[in-house]
Design a protein around this ligand. Structure first.
Ligand code: AMP
Length: 225
């Protein structure tokens, strides 16, 4: 059974962490448009050149650029049993385009998880965030340092990176952009009865347990068990 899941939430709401956990447990890919775009910027591709200034300022990259990326990615073979979208759609237009895109390939959105976290917490979460250069495991200098200082818990890597847009000024703009665009998108999915709200302040393990149960219940209903 396919399971196409969308994760909504402000930057730093914990959706990336849960996307990685769900991807592993459900054996479906997690697609982060932010991560793909950072790769494009790093390789100085045409898409990367178009996206860079918007990303540096914490604004949204034009819809047509992001839509094209998602269209290509979800048509790849590893998405046939489902996928997790992390960071897309980010506004109502992207939501509507995604709906049409999926209908045209006889797919649909099955569940939308909306992660909510207060702005003050987000600013602290993002400005303290850094990740292992090798395996991308995310840490935070205020809340979750590696068990051994300077060594990644997951892969023992010793080099870490901080994202260029994870600074306090850009974060404030990213949050504003998120708040300005998300309400209509949340309403869009609420009207379709696809929305499940997640308290993003809970700890990682209990959120994962909660959303795994939601997904499993939904799958049972769909398979008539
Ligand atoms: P993220 O890693 O999801 O926080 O995204 C980092 C940056 O990539 C955002 O601040 C945007 O500039 C850009 N971006 C990622 N996803 C999208 C999207 N769906 N639409 C427009 N811009 C996006």
């Amino acid at each position: 059974m396919s399971c196409n899941i969308i994760l909504l939430g402000a930057p730093g709401s914990g959706k990336g962490t849960q996307a990685a956990l769900l991807s592993k447990s459900l054996q479906i890919p997690s697609i982060s448009t932010g991560e793909i775009l950072r790769g494009e910027v790093a390789s100085a591709s045409e898409v990367g050149k178009k996206a860079k200034s918007y990303m540096d300022a914490g604004g949204l990259v034009p819809d047509e650029v992001v839509v094209e990326i998602v269209k290509k990615r979800i048509s790849e073979a590893d998405c046939k049993n489902g996928f997790i979208l992390d960071g897309f759609p980010r506004n109502l237009n992207q939501g509507e385009v995604l709906q049409a895109m999926l209908e045209s390939i006889r797919k649909k959105v099955d569940l939308v998880l909306d992660f909510s976290v207060a702005d003050e917490v987000i600013v602290k979460r993002i400005s303290g965030r850094f990740a292992c250069k090798k395996c991308n495991t995310v840490y935070n200098r205020f809340f979750s340092l590696p068990k051994k200082e300077g060594v990644c818990d997951n892969c023992a890597g010793t080099e870490f990176l901080t994202r260029a847009d994870d600074n306090e000024d850009t974060v404030k703009n990213r949050l504003k952009v998120y708040r300005d665009n998300s309400r209509t998108l949340i309403d869009f999915y609420q009207k379709k009865s696809l929305l499940y709200s997640v308290d993003g302040l809970k700890n990682v393990a209990s959120i994962f347990e909660e959303i795994s149960a939601v997904i499993s219940d939904r799958n049972k209903i769909l398979s008539g068990v």
